[in-house]
Design a binder for this molecule. Sequence first.
Ligand SMILES: C[S@@+](CC[C@H](N)C(=O)[O-])C[C@H]1O[C@@H](n2cnc3c(N)ncnc32)[C@H](O)[C@@H]1O
Length: 422
Amino acid sequence: MKNELDLHSLAQKPQFPTRWTILLDELIPQFVKNRFSPNESWKNKPFSQDDVVFFSKGLLELSDFFTEDREKAKLPNYFTTAKFRSSYFLYFFALQGAKFLTLFERYPAAIDAAIAHGKETGTLRIVDVGSGPGTASIAFLIFVLEKLAGPLQKNKAPRKLTLPFKIQLVWIDHNATILKDGQAMLNALFEYFPEFEGSIDLVTDARLWWKHPNGFQFESSIVLFGNVLNESSDDPRIYLSGLLPFLKKIKGAGVLMLEPAFKSASQRLSQIRDELMPHRLWGPCLHEGKCPLAEGRDWCHFSVPAELPGTFFKKFSIKLGSKREWLKFSFIWVAENYEKDKKLILAEQTQPKFVRVVSDPMRTPRGNQNQLCSPNTITWIKTPMRPLYRGDVIPAPSASLFKTGGSRHDSIPQPKFKPRRK
Ligand SMILES: C[S@@+](CC[C@H](N)C(=O)[O-])C[C@H]1O[C@@H](n2cnc3c(N)ncnc32)[C@H](O)[C@@H]1O
C-alpha cells in the first residue's frame, strides 16, 4: 500500500495502460511500415529486426536534434522529412507519451476534473499544442478510456462502453504533414479499439501555436503543451500574446506544459510559473513563493524510474545506446482557480505542510544531503536512512532540521551524485 507521500512523489515507478502497450507493440509498428516503407513489397509483412535496422538510421539523426546544445536557429523543421516522422512514431511517441502518462497517473484529481468538465459541457475537449502526431492527447485519451473501461484482460473480449461525452481533440502544429500522419494513426486507433461507442473527432490547426487567429477563444477540458516551448522563440511578447489565451479561461484539468529535463527548457518553465503566481498549480510546486531554480546553476527537473512498454521501443533504445530506464522531464501543471466561501482561491500553497525534494542524495562536506524546494531558496536536509530522491515529497521539516543561509548550495564544491539504487 502506498502512503500519501508516495502518491505525491515524482520518484515512483508508473504503471502504463494496457491499451498503450498494445498501441506501441502492434498498431504503431504496422502503421509506420505501411505508411513509410519505401518498398511496396515490405508493406504488408510483419515489423521485424530488419525494420529496426532500417528505421533506426533516421532515429539516430533525429535524436541529435533533441539535445540541449543544438543551435536552435539551425533546428530544421524536421517533420518535413519522412524518415524523421517515421522514427518519431517508432521511438519518441512512446517516450514522450510515457512522460505524460506518468503525470496523469500522479495527478488523479486533475484527470477527474477534466472528466467532470467533459460531462458538464458534453464534450471532453483536449487541446494539444505543438502536437506533432498527437502524442500527448492520444496518451490522455487512452488514459481516460482505460480509466472509464478498466484494463484489457487477456483472452477476454472487452465490454462495450458508451462514452459519457463527445470527445474532441484539437491539434495545433506548424507542420501540416505530421498532423496528417497523426490523423491517419488516430483513425487506425479507433478501428483497433472498437469497444468505445460515441463520437471522437479531430480538429487540426496548422499554424505557429502562438499566432492565434483574431478573436481566438476556446474552452477546454485540458490543454497539453508537449516539448514545444523549447523549440519556440523566447521573445516575451510571443509568450504574452501566445500563452495568455490558454491561461485566461482555465477549466477542467487546466494547462500542462511538459518539456525536456535540460536546464534552459526547465528554467523557462520556472520563469513562466513565476510570472503566473499566485495561481493554483497541480504540480510540481508545493509553495507559492518564487521558484529557487528559475535561474542559476541548478534547475527543476525529474528523473522517474520506469519500465517502459514497447518491444520495438526497447530495441530502438538499444540502438540509441542503452535500454531506457528513466523518464526525464520538467513540467508545470496550471490548475483552475476556484471559489470557496465566496472568496477566489488563487493558490493553496501558502503554508506548505509538505516540501518537494529536488535532488538525489549529494555527497557534501557535511555528509549526504538532499536539496529541498523552498520559497526563494534551496534548503538542505541530511539524507535520512531511507534515502530521498529527486521528486520525493516529505513533511516540511521544522526550521531547526534544515538550513538555508550557511549551507547555500553555491558554497558546496562540486557535489557528486550518488546513483539511485534500483
Ligand atoms: C518535439 S516535437 C513534440 C511533439 C509532441 N508534442 C510530443 O511531445 O511528442 C515538437 C513539435 O512542436 C512543433 N513546433 C515547433 N515549433 C512550433 C511553433 N512555433 N508552432 C507550432 N508548432 C511548433 C513541431 O513541428 C513538432 O511537431
